[in-house]
Write a protein that binds this ligand. Structure first.
Ligand SMILES: [Zn+2]
Length: 136
């Protein structure tokens, strides 16, 4: 947990650094995430695989769990990075979890392995999520 004024490039760098801690003996696919909570702390996460594949947790959800368990309730921005040459997009489960804490205009930085990223709003990445009070 680091309290710093965030810049997109810094958040992407932290996501790239977080992926170095990934525990991925099965896929070998390293993913890192870094988010800014409404407490202005930065939380990072990596993917952690399990031999019971369904018990695997993605980097984005690891970062969300760390943020929320420390008291954060909103995500101001999030960066995701992986080993891929193309930008990494969160999986469906992570998008649904992120939708609980992101606003439509929350910035999402989707990075490749070099730190080259696309900036999107959360709504662009995930326009419709499950909500108990959906009104589309
Ligand atoms: Zn995921």
């Amino acid at each position: 947990m680091t309290k710093v004024p965030y810049e997109p490039e810094e958040l992407v760098k932290l996501a790239l650094k977080a992926k170095e801690s990934a525990y991925v003996p099965y896929s070998g696919f390293h993913v890192g995430a870094a988010l800014v909570g409404d407490d202005d702390n930065i939380y990072t996460g990596c993917n952690i695989e399990n031999s019971s594949y369904g018990a695997t947790i993605c980097a984005e959800r690891t970062a969300v769990v760390k943020a929320v368990s420390n008291g954060a309730r909103k995500i101001k921005a999030i960066a995701v990075a992986s080993d891929h040459e193309i930008s990494t997009i969160p999986c469906g489960i992570c998008l649904q979890v992120l939708s609980e804490f992101c606003q439509r205009d929350t910035l999402v930085y989707l990075s490749n392995h070099k730190g080259e990223y696309k900036a999107c709003t959360f709504e662009e990445v995930f326009p419709y999520s499950f909500k108990l009070n959906n009104d589309i």
